[in-house]
Write a protein that binds this ligand. Structure first.
Ligand code: TSJ
Length: 634
């Protein structure tokens, strides 16, 4: 080991606070903190590109998954040694805390907050860091360990072109686990390529031998179009509203209204995603609201008999907002909410006039947007009327309002209570007799269940079976869903294990997915698993859920008494006691929890399956449920 010089000791002392309390600089030493190192280095290269000096950035995740190289084709960090300090700019950048700002020269520096802590922080937290610079016809290198220079800057030899390359391997004495997430890095780089149009970013993932190139000359507009496609929503108008402004606050914005029923805005501050929004998003919403209302008023488009709420104006809106500001203040648990108050008025002040101007110059687009907004308002009012009807019928605690067919349990309203939806009267009868009546309620369905895929809320509520279900649950639906009024802890669909049963379950799940998705997200919806076979072997009785289980049971008892196999034709045939033992008893039954992990994807897949037969859709839903298969012994 080389001996330390006095200067090295100074460096060590200078960066000591970083190694002592890494969390203060990068938020923590977990995965998020580890990846902050990458964002920091990449942001420096992106800055060089944004200032117009670099056009390509390369990021390599090395085979070990624990080290990274980032390079750009910019000017190269200055390497000449300052006569007084005997240090190069490069050495200062990597060894002096918060040195970044000293080298701005009026350049636009974008990073801030947790980000933009400086390359010296990355250096301090790296077991090894190698900076290579090409400029003035030569290649230069300086090496560091835990932030300490391993010698001065060295001229390696002649080189063409200019640029900066930084290799680093985080220090395992700081980070308990060093494993970079290639997908996370890839996603971040792709977004950066949209937010900084014209920059070409390559990602070489040597862990899985995958290379990607991200480059988008259309920038944020291309990102918006990608988002709209990913949502599976049809656009209400073709032309995207684009807005780009340099100056005090640099802003890039793209907006498009779609037929989706919610709003989707992705926002960024200095390239950092702000998942919890903040003042920039607030300014955007205010600006959009004022522009649209002003347009509606000046063109005498105010609808009769319905008032437009702020939410109506933005229903189906898809937007990407990116701002760059000097000193971002982040707030909240995850520090992903912008808190600078001045940004609100700045964004509002930019968006309102620009959007209004655009609407006035694109009248047919503006009319399509206004029509979409009025439709949203009317749908909302219709849904509220339907909702009030349901609410009237389901005022809690009023037993008289419950559906006549419901066999309620005595413990309804508790987390232990369960509502079983059973197909047909005979199965309903068995379930009613076999159940634990203190905590298990039975609602038999007799009539046809409506396909709620594309039916309006009022149509859905005209369907007796579905409205009975909503009434029994007591929690309302759609936008008026109120979890506190839910009358049962679990909603369990109990259908025959045949294609009719699958069809009914599909229709019920479609309804729940469309109008009571919160129940699924809360993990309250289950599929019961009634057995398909009864297998008697000697004095023992076994039940099998499917062919595979039947085969397994037969194989287990090979060579013993001849098995007698009975296939259940339907739940109705099952003796109440058997139904209890196999399907209802919480101690022995098996339940499948219905889960939706990614609502967007599921939505799209369901749309794709819409044309297909019910059992294909059911299999899809079952596959999703299967992933969350659980042995329920509560
Ligand atoms: F973070 C970092 F420091 F490690 C780093 C910096 C990492 C990477 C991959 C690139 C960079 C970087 C820095 N690329 N380009 C620059 N540019 C400068 O530092 C630079 C160059 C020339 C001048 C000048 O005034 O001549 C000024 C600056 C700030």
């Amino acid at each position: 080991m080389a001996s330390y010089t006095a200067k090295d000791i100074t460096v060590l002392e200078g960066l000591e606070p970083v190694r002592k309390r890494p969390g203060m600089y990068i938020g923590g030493v977990g995965s998020a903190g580890l990846h902050h190192l990458v964002w920091e280095i990449v942001d420096n290269a992106v800055d060089e590109a944004m200032n117009g000096f670099a056009s390509s950035i390369g990021v390599t995740l090395h085979e070990d998954g624990a080290s990274i190289t980032v390079s750009d084709d910019g000017r190269g960090i200055p390497v000449d040694v300052h006569p007084k300090t005997k240090q190069s700019a490069l050495e200062v950048i990597f060894t002096v805390l918060h040195a970044g700002g000293k080298f701005e020269h009026g350049n636009y520096k974008t990073s801030g907050g947790l980000h933009g802590v400086g390359a010296s922080v990355v250096n301090a937290l790296s077991k090894e860091l190698v900076a290579t610079v090409r400029r003035d016809g030569f290649q230069w290198e300086q090496r560091f360990r835990q932030g300490v220079p391993q010698g001065g800057i060295t001229k390696l030899g002649p080189a063409r072109g200019t640029g900066t390359t930084v290799y680093f391997h985080p220090d395992s004495t700081i980070f308990p686990k060093i494993e970079f997430d290639a997908d996370l890095i890839r996603e971040r780089l792709e977004i950066a390529s949209y937010l900084h149009k014209g920059v070409r970013i390559t990602f070489d993932d040597q862990v899985s031998s995958r290379k990607d190139v991200f480059a988008h000359d259309e920038g944020i507009v291309a990102y918006l179009q990608k988002l709209v496609v990913a949502r599976g929503a049809r656009a209400v108008h073709d032309a995207v509203f684009p807005l780009s402004k340099e100056g005090g606050v640099r802003l890039d914005l793209a907006l498009q209204w779609t037929e989706a029923t919610d709003e989707l805005i992705r926002s960024y501050v200095n390239g950092i995603p702000t998942g919890s929004g903040g003042t920039h998003e607030g300014g955007l919403r205010a600006g959009i609201g004022k522009a649209i209302r002003n347009y509606i008023e000046t063109h005498n488009l105010t609808p009769k008999g319905v008032t437009l709420t702020a939410d109506d104006l933005r229903e189906g809106l898809t937007g990407v907002l990116s701002v760059f500001i000097a000193e971002p203040q982040f707030q909240g648990q995850t520090k992903d909410r912008l808190n600078n108050p001045e940004v609100q008025s700045a964004v509002d002040g930019l968006v309102r006039p620009a959007l209004e101007h655009w609407l006035n110059h694109n009248i047919s687009v503006a009319e399509a947007i206004v029509a979409r907004i009025v439709l949203a308002a009317r749908a909302r009012e219709a849904s509220r009327a339907a909702q009030q009807e349901v609410t009237r019928k389901t005022s809690p605690g009023n037993r008289l309002n419950l559906p006549g067919k419901l066999s309620d349990c005595t413990a309804s309203g508790t987390a232990e209570s369960e509502l079983f939806i059973v197909e047909g009267d005979s199965a309903g009868g068995s379930a009613k007799q076999g159940r634990d009546r203190t905590r298990q309620a039975i609602l038999p369905l007799r009539g046809k269940v409506l396909n709620a895929e594309s039916a309006s809320l009022s149509k859905v509520l005209e369907n007796k079976e579905l409205s009975d279900l909503v009434t029994a649950l007591g929690c309302g639906l759609g936008k008026n869903f109120d979890a506190t009024r839910l009358r049962y802890g679990k909603l369990i669909l109990l259908a025959d294990a045949d294609s009719d049963g699958h069809h009914i379950s599909t229709l019920l799940l479609t309804f729940i997915y469309r109008h009571l998705p919160q129940l699924i997200h809360m993990g309250r919806v289950y599929l019961a698993q009634p057995p398909l076979y009864r297998i008697d072997i000697g004095k023992e009785t076994h039940w099998a859920l499917d062919e595979a289980q039947k085969a397994a049971i037969l194989a287990q008892h090979k060579g013993r008494a001849t098995p007698e196999i009975t296939r259940f034709k339907g739940l109705g045939e099952m003796m109440p006691k058997v139904l209890w033992e196999t399907t209802l008893n919480p101690k022995t039954r098996r339940l499948l929890r219905v889960e939706i992990t990614d609502a967007l994807v599921t939505d799209r897949v369901i749309n794709e399956l819409m044309g297909k037969d019910a059992s294909a859709r059911f299999r899809f839903i079952m596959d999703r449920a299967e992933e969350a298969r659980e042995l329920d012994l509560t």
